[in-house]
Design a binder for this molecule. Structure first.
Ligand code: TPP
Ligand code: MG
Length: 358
């Protein structure tokens, strides 16, 4: 008689701050008050930058922009643990990660103003440029992890993506081979509930996205992505495993895209208003602020000072980006794809020249 056996798995859900931002009965990660103030400051700066960027697009001063509002805790809480030697592979909504990696805001502004220069990451910064094809950065990140391992180099590789990317073949290939080769990768899925107008439940009927990791042979944890302390603690554990040669991990950070997919989209056409309103009450910045106030780490004057500082910084970065744009020649848009310009581009260049002369 054959004997049957069962294998069962659990997916943990990590939350440290409750919905209002008060500490639950669980030890918070070891973060100094100064470090927490800095992380809060970054979350506020990202939110201010994001709102300004949407306004610039609305004023016709910038091209299509993908807002990151709502995902500040996901990005700050994880990127806070990155070292300069680590490699980062972002998608197209990781503006907070870029800022945490010390890439000046003008790069992001330039990119969304249509200037490819914005995608030229400063020399020596191990952050890859914005990647628009959904999930395409994931297998490349795995390849980077394999390279680090083969070369016996230190450092880990973190790739960021969102729920929609988990439906792509690249996701399966990337996670599978990271587990097979036990690479130092951490896969961070910011489950913001939407892939343009496709809701999370139509993307996958799996109960969680984190459980997909288990099938590939790596730990998968679901985390309250609007809880900075939970994101930090989960990232700390995953990064630690990767640094210690214990293989890859997957984090599903449960969050919400508070605004439109991009400025070219109108979510009112497909979102349920009541559900949207419910999510708006779950604000990662407000929750962390409540915690920091409870702990008497920040007060109203600190908040005021970082808001003033953020405004000035964003203004200066916008001016720098505008200056670069003003110095660009219209011909640049034709120049850099081919060593020898093909006929059809020459024709288009001539056509635009004629048009601009009018
Ligand atoms: C391979 C590919 N298919 C389709 C698109 C068009 N597209 C751009 S963003 C997007 C949805 C992505 O959703 P998700 O991965 O959840 O990322 P989010 O927008 O939520 O950050 C799609 C389908 C694309 N960029 N790349
Ligand atoms: Mg999404």
């Amino acid at each position: 008689m054959s004997q049957s056996s069962r294998v069962s798995f659990d997916v943990d859900y990590l939350q440290i701050l409750d919905a209002e931002g008060h500490l639950r009965d669980i030890d918070p990660p070891d973060l100094s008050p100064e470090r927490m103030k800095e992380l809060f400051r970054m979350m506020v700066l990202i939110r201010e930058f994001d709102r300004k960027a949407v306004n610039l697009q609305r004023q016709g001063r910038m091209g299509t922009y993908a807002p990151v509002e709502g995902q500040e805790a996901c990005q700050v809480g994880s990127a806070a643990l990155l070292k300069a030697e680590d490699w980062v592979f972002p998608a197209f909504r990781e503006h907070g990660v870029f800022m945490m990696r010390d890439i000046p805001m003008r790069y992001l502004l330039l990119y969304f103003m249509g200037c490819e220069e914005g995608n030229r990451i400063p020399e020596g910064n191990n952050t890859f440029p914005i990647s628009v094809p959904v999930a395409s950065q994931i297998p490349i990140a795995t390849g980077c992890g394999m390279a680090l391992k083969l070369q016996q180099k230190s450092g880990i590789v973190v790739s960021y993506f969102s729920d929609g990317a988990t439906s792509q073949g690249d996701f399966a290939e990337g996670l599978n081979f990271a587990a097979v080769y036990q690479t130092p990768n951490v896969f961070i899925c910011q489950n913001n509930q939407w892939a343009i107008s496709t809701p999370r439940r139509k993307q996958s009927i799996s109960e969680t996205l984190a459980q997909k990791a288990i099938a590939y042979g790596m730990p998968g944890v679901q985390v309250d992505g609007n809880d900075l302390l939970a994101v930090y603690a989960a990232s700390q554990q995953a990064f630690h495993r990767a640094r210690n040669g214990e293989g890859p991990s997957f984090l599903e950070l449960v969050t919400y895209r508070r605004r439109m997919h991009t400025t070219a989209d109108d979510p009112k056409k497909y979102q349920d208003e009541a559900e949207h309103e419910r999510w708006l009450q779950n604000d990662p910045i407000a929750r962390f602020e409540t915690y920091l106030c409870d702990q008497k780490i920040i007060d109203a004057s600190f908040k005021e000072s970082i808001a003033v500082e953020a405004e000035a910084l964003i203004k200066a970065e916008y001016e720098a980006a505008s200056q670069t744009v003003a110095e660009q020649s219209w011909e640049d848009i034709f120049k850099y794809t081919y060593a020898d310009m093909p006929e059809h581009l020459k024709e288009q260049q001539a056509e635009l020249k004629h048009y601009l002369k009018k």
